[in-house]
Ligand binder design. Structure first.
Ligand code: G6Q
Length: 543
């Protein structure tokens, strides 16, 4: 059944009608305790959602979705290892990868924790060997560069986290990420490197993905041309659920790190897919990242609706997208180190919940995942913020900032905080014609100029935002932040009654290119093609 049919949904629609004519600045004026009322804290992470267009009554009504969506039931099924990814018949157990207690986590009646710990131990040994110089390349030289070859879920998580934890990097190892099938990505990465001191991590859950297999084959050719076939075992390791395919590729099974089909690609940074991250920041920091996520798991699994951080963020998402009509959401980290977070969340949110079909095959009946976009502040301020301020569209924003800097250069961080808080304040308040006029009068602007400029100086405001304030961007709080978004995505899937864990759109893409490749290569006739596709292929072949 779709959520829209429920009584709670109808009640919320009535609230939304009233909220459309209410301005955030009036809500703040009427209640000096909005911040206290509409903020939550967990493990040092503060979420201020007082600048969202909600009232206490609306939050109570929204919280009804906890029961409507059977959240407690879904959390229990997730934790019990049931195949809640029903279209692929798979359990969803990425939380097991960071589980800290001694309680077993069952999958098909067997505890998965021993195998999770075994791979963590294998990663620990490998990281230590590489960092200490015990693991060397085929010529006996120490490895200085690691190139992760993977795409989508086998790239975005570790790449985002490696940049996020730049302040924690092991000094003598540089980690690079190659994902794009366009040869430019691999070629431009390799020009900076020496085969003798480079290690490749081939990361692919299926070990069949065209982009990764092509990049891996080209990297292998580059290495073998310089150092010979026998060098492969010292310069290639793999991370996959498909260990037979890893062996066929020619990677020593001892150098393969396993994970399991109950780990979805976009939820896999906690598994051995995080190996390049562990190599970049050290295994201890990787483990702190897991501990931070585990703390968020415990919070999500055990906290009642009104105080449950991921669930409350999910409610605000539903409120903005389905009741106030927001088509997109901006992710605005005031952190250069979190520059890749918007891209990472694009996959997490849009691949998980960009779906129409509910769990029983009917239509969701309401917009699901909004379009997510964003950029690190303050860069975004000098680019697209204009549209958020005056473009006339409703664009809820997530501001993310750390209280302490990760790179403490004097004079920077207070200004960064000032910019972040000033933007959310301005978006909330806006600027009335009266205020704009006062400002210009105080600056002695002539009346004729005031009259001409006034329409351009008015800011409607009423733009909702949530600010996530971390104590600092360290491995623990990064883990906590990413797990917060993961559980939010799951909660949204429960509310919309969709399966957040499959990705038929991605599978379709994988299938489509394989059909055209033989035609482009001239091995098959261009039959059954539309005139545009046929024309484009013919134009390439003529070249
Ligand atoms: C993630 C998606 C997708 C996947 C890539 C790479 O949830 O399924 O982004 O991670 O297509 O797949 P492989 O890891 O199998 O190469």
């Amino acid at each position: 059944m779709s959520a829209v049919a429920s009584k709670t949904w109808q009640g919320l629609a009535e609230h939304a009608g009233r909220m459309r004519t209410t301005h955030l600045r009036d809500l703040f004026a009427a209640d000096t305790k909005r911040f206290e009322r509409f903020s939550l804290e967990h493990g040092g992470l503060l979420a201020d959602f007082s600048k969202q267009r909600v009232t206490a009554e609306i939050m109570t009504a929204l919280s009804g979705l906890w029961w409507e969506a059977d959240m407690a039931g879904w959390i229990a099924r997730l934790r019990a290892g049931e195949a809640i990814n029903h279209t692929e018949g798979r359990a969803v157990l990425h939380h097991a990868l960071r589980h800290q207690g001694t309680r077993p986590i069952l999958h098909n009646g067997l505890d998965v924790m021993p195998q999770v710990h075994a791979v963590l131990e294998q990663m620990r040994r490998f990281c230590n060997a590489l960092h200490s110089g015990e693991w060397r390349g085929a010529t006996g030289e120490q490895i200085l560069d690691v190139v992760n070859i993977g795409i989508g879920g086998s790239d975005l998580g570790p790449k985002m986290a490696t940049q996020a934890l730049a302040a924690y990097r092991v000094p003598h190892i540089r980690v690079h990420y190659v994902s794009n099938l366009d040869g430019a990505h691999l070629a431009t990465t390799l020009t900076q490197l020496s085969p003798r001191t480079t290690l490749f991590v081939i990361a692919s859950k299926t070990f069949t993905t065209q982009e990764t297999m092509q990049n891996a084959a080209s990297a292998r050719h580059w290495l073998v041309s310089a150092l010979g076939e026998q060098a492969v075992r010292r310069h290639f390791v793999a991370v996959s659920t498909n260990l037979p395919a890893v062996a066929t590729f020619g990677i020593d099974p001892d150098n393969a790190f396993a994970f399991w089909d109950w780990v979805g690609g976009r939820f896999s940074v906690w598994s051995a897919i995080g190996l390049p991250l562990a190599l970049a920041v050290g295994m201890e920091n990787f483990e702190r990242f897991l501990i931070g996520a585990a703390a968020m798991d415990a919070h999500f699994f055990e906290t009642p609706a009104e105080h449950n951080l991921p669930f409350v963020l999910a409610l605000l998402n539903v409120w903005n997208a389905d009741f106030l009509g927001a088509e997109s959401r901006a992710c605005l980290p005031y952190s250069q180190s979190l520059e890749l977070l918007p891209r990472y969340l694009q996959q997490l949110e849009m691949e998980s919940n960009g779906k129409r079909a509910t769990r029983d095959g009917s239509d969701a009946g309401c917009p699901t995942a909004p379009i997510l976009w964003g950029e690190a502040g303050t860069n975004g301020q000098h680019a697209f913020y204009q549209l958020i301020h005056q473009g006339g569209r409703l664009i809820p924003c997530d501001f993310i900032v750390a209280r302490e800097p990760d790179f403490p250069l004097p004079g920077h961080h207070d200004k960064l905080l000032a910019n972040c808080f000033a933007q959310s304040e301005a978006l909330m308040r806006g600027k009335t014609a009266e205020e704009a006029r006062d400002e210009m009068e105080t600056a002695h602007v002539p009346e004729a100029v005031i009259a001409r400029l006034l329409p351009y100086k008015v800011f409607p405001g009423n733009q909702p935002s949530t600010t996530l304030l971390l104590p600092r961007l360290d491995p623990y709080h990064l883990g906590q932040l990413i797990a917060l978004y993961e559980h939010k995505v799951f909660a949204l899937g429960c509310i919309w009654n969709i399966n957040s864990f499959d990705q038929w759109g991605v599978e379709y893409g994988k299938q489509l290119a394989n059909r055209l490749l033989p035609i482009i290569e001239g091995r098959a006739a261009p039959e059954k093609l539309d005139s545009s596709t046929a024309g484009l292929i013919a134009a390439c072949r003529r070249q």
